[in-house]
Every structure is written in structure tokens, then in C-alpha cells.
Design a protein around this ligand. Structure first.
Ligand SMILES: *Cc1c(COP(=O)(O)O)cnc(C)c1O
Length: 361
């Protein structure tokens, strides 16, 4: 790789497209004749207004977002959305959650501080290695929404079919799969994603919310935590994360230029297949997730022992592959192969793992 960069398999913050980084670097001293970088620029300037407007317009084009949805850029990362969702959407004080791993558990814990978070399906019985059947959930009539973590970053599962919400609003945490495949926005009431997994730098979430879910009766809620505040002010109630908006905007343009989300999905499927095919044929390495629920983004796998897992991580690091250690809560190994991981990176990883296996028979 150029510039001595490594294949970085981090779950997040994660790789960004090299071409985008080069463009950002070329504009860092003087953004298009403005005489300053975007880091130094007033968010009230015309130049920045154009940056944020284009970022939103490009995202709308990429995802085909209908006009009755607002796009918000909010600070506080993914974690703040665990709170903002129940604070804004729990009208009746009841919501349904599907528990599929670490990130849905965190969402449930926050929702319980706001109201009743009813777990309507869970894969805790098998250590979150699959996605439970969500075709006939027991959803109370007065439930305000059904919440899923659509791709569990740590556990490596993904929904290949959305739950049947029986007419209730669907809320999805798409952080670790955002823009990895086409998405029919109308299937959801609210989609949110922390951008540092699959798009840009950390410290921001994109929220896509159907307009009728914005409320005017939340006068006890801190103003900043009300989605309507951000919607009414075009994500600039206060100084936004200008740098993240700028970088994400570049990635949106890059995705549009490279064929949009169906082309991206094709590349992601191709990349994931290379790794999963290897895991399925290996006698040393085993994929940790039920086949039909495997994530295309986060691929957890194990050897027969924790000691050997650690040895593979150490050897891989020496060979120029970074961040292959599994999350501390589940152990093993994990390769995060987001949009920006080139196919060559996955091929090189598989070559390395094959060689390791041959040398450790
Ligand atoms: C990383 C992640 C989060 C939390 O994001 P932060 O920006 O660190 O708060 C939430 N959900 C999922 C699925 C994630 O992968």
C-alpha cells in the first residue's frame, strides 16, 4: 500500500478510501481558495453551508431518501442515539427491542432509563451468534417502535430480512453497515449510524427520521436532545462537527462516483465471500456466526484455543495486518472489512491465514 499504510481491520474508527484521504490532504491548507482549512472555517460561512448542503443532497441521492424524511448530523456519536431514540419516540412509554449482541444490549439499557423496553426476541441463548426469527414478534398494541441493531459489530451478525413490525415504527442502528448495501428507507421510521465505522471520522451520527416522528410536545426534554431542534436548524443549532461532515461528504461523492450502493454491495459480497469461503474450508479457523446471519462487514472467527488466537493476532500484526483481535467481550479474532477495505486486503489476509495454517499443522 502507498504511504506505508497497512491493511487495517479495525472495527472503528476504520479505513477510509485512499482517494478521499488524498483529496482531503490536498485541501487541508487552503480549501478551494477560501484561504483556510475546513477545520478553521466558520460554520456560518457560505463555503461551509455549501459543504453541508452538498453532503445532505449526496446522501439523499445515494440512499434515495424520500422527501418526507429529514437528514440530521448530530454529535455525541452512536451512543447518544441510544438515549435520543427513546427520549424522542417513546410517547406511550413502551418500545420493543430485539437483543442480538453488545450494541443492542447498550440500547436496551438506555431505553430502560426512559420507559419500558420490552425484549421481544433474543439470541442470548447462543451467545449472540445468530439473528432470532422476527417474523411473528409479540408486539404490544401501544408499542411506540421496534428497535434493531441491524449489524452487530462485535458479534458479527446481520439481518438479511427485516423484522415484521406489524405496522409499528421500525428503528435501526445501522452504524456498522451504513451505506454497505442498498436500503429502502421507507421501511423504517428512523435509521441512525455512527459514521466512524463505515464512512468517516468519529464523533458524529447521521440520523434519518420520518418527519411525522418529530414532536412539538417535548418541552421537558433538554433542547439539544430533541430531534426537532436539529431538524429545524438544518443540523446547525450549535457548531456541528464540521470536519466530520466535510469528510463524510467526500465519501458520499466517492460512493456516487463508484456506482452507488448496489455496486458497493456487490464489492462487499465479493470481499466477504473470499474470507468466508476460506473459513469454511479451513481446519484451523472457524467462523463464529450461523451462516445465514453472517455480516458482510465484521467477520469474527476462532482457532481451537485462546492462546492460538493470540498467536495469530501477534503474527498478523508482524505481517502488516492491523487490529485483528476480537473484541474483549467475545475474544477470538475479528476482521472488519468495511466499504473502504480493498479486495486486495482481504485476499492478502486469506493468504496469510492459509500460510499460518500450513505452518501450524
Ligand atoms: C460503534 C457502534 C456504536 C457506538 O458508537 P460510538 O460512536 O462509539 O458511540 C453503536 N452501535 C453500533 C452498531 C456500533 O458499531
Amino acid at each position: 500500500m502507498k504511504y506505508g499504510r497497512v491493511y487495517n481491520f479495525s472495527a472503528g474508527p476504520a479505513m477510509m478510501p485512499e482517494e478521499v484521504l488524498e483529496e482531503i490532504a490536498s485541501e487541508v491548507m487552503n480549501y478551494r481558495g477560501s484561504g483556510m482549512s475546513v477545520m478553521e472555517m466558520s460554520h456560518r460561512s457560505k463555503v461551509f453551508q455549501q459543504i453541508i448542503d452538498e453532503a445532505e443532497a449526496d446522501l439523499r441521492k445515494l440512499m434515495n431518501i424520500p422527501d418526507n424524511y429529514k437528514v440530521l448530523f448530530i454529535q455525541g456519536g452512536g451512543t447518544l442515539e441510544f438515549s435520543m431514540v427513546p427520549l424522542n419516540l417513546m410517547k406511550n412509554g413502551v418500545a420493543c427491542y430485539v437483543e442480538t449482541g453488545s450494541w443492542s444490549k447498550k440500547a436496551i439499557a438506555e431505553a430502560k432509563r426512559v420507559g419500558e423496553a420490552k425484549v421481544v426476541a433474543s439470541s442470548a441463548d447462543k451467545n449472540f451468534t445468530y439473528v432470532p426469527d422476527c417474523s411473528d414478534l409479540d408486539i404490544p398494541e401501544n408499542a411506540d417502535y421496534v428497535y434493531i441493531c441491524e449489524n452487530e459489530t462485535i458479534n458479527g451478525t446481520t439481518y438479511h430480512k427485516l423484522p415484521n413490525t406489524k405496522g409499528h415504527v421500525l428503528v435501526s442502528d445501522q452504524s456498522s453497515m451504513f451505506l454497505s448495501r442498498p436500503c429502502n428507507v421507507s421501511d423504517y421510521g428512523l435509521i441512525w449510524a455512527g459514521v466512524q465505522k463505515n464512512v468517516g471520522p468519529a464523533g458524529m451520527a447521521v440520523v434519518i427520521i420520518r418527519e411525522d416522528l418529530l414532536r412539538s410536545d417535548l418541552d421537558k426534554l433538554p433542547i439539544y436532545l430533541d430531534y426537532k431542534t436539529h431538524a429545524d436548524k438544518g443540523s446547525m443549532y450549535n457548531t456541528p462537527n464540521c470536519w466530520a461532515i466535510y469528510c463524510c461528504g467526500k465519501v458520499f461523492k466517492y460512493l456516487l462516483k463508484t456506482g452507488g450502493l448496489s455496486a458497493m454491495a456487490k464489492r462487499n459480497e465479493e470481499k466477504a465471500k473470499i474470507l468466508y469461503d476460506f473459513l469454511d474450508s479451513s481446519k484451523l479457523f472457524t467462523g463464529a456466526v450461523r451462516k445465514e446471519d453472517r455480516s458482510l462487514m465484521n467477520v469474527p472467527f476462532v482457532t481451537p484455543s485462546a492462546e492460538q488466537d493470540a498467536d495469530v493476532v501477534a503474527c498478523s500484526k508482524a505481517a502488516g495486518f492491523d487490529n485483528l483481535k476480537g473484541h474483549k467481550s467475545v475474544g477470538g479474532l475479528r476482521a472488519s472489512i468495511y466499504n473502504a477495505m480493498p479486495k486486495e486486503g482481504v485476499e492478502a489476509l486469506v493468504e496469510f491465514l492459509k500460510k499460518y495454517e500450513a505452518e501450524h499443522k
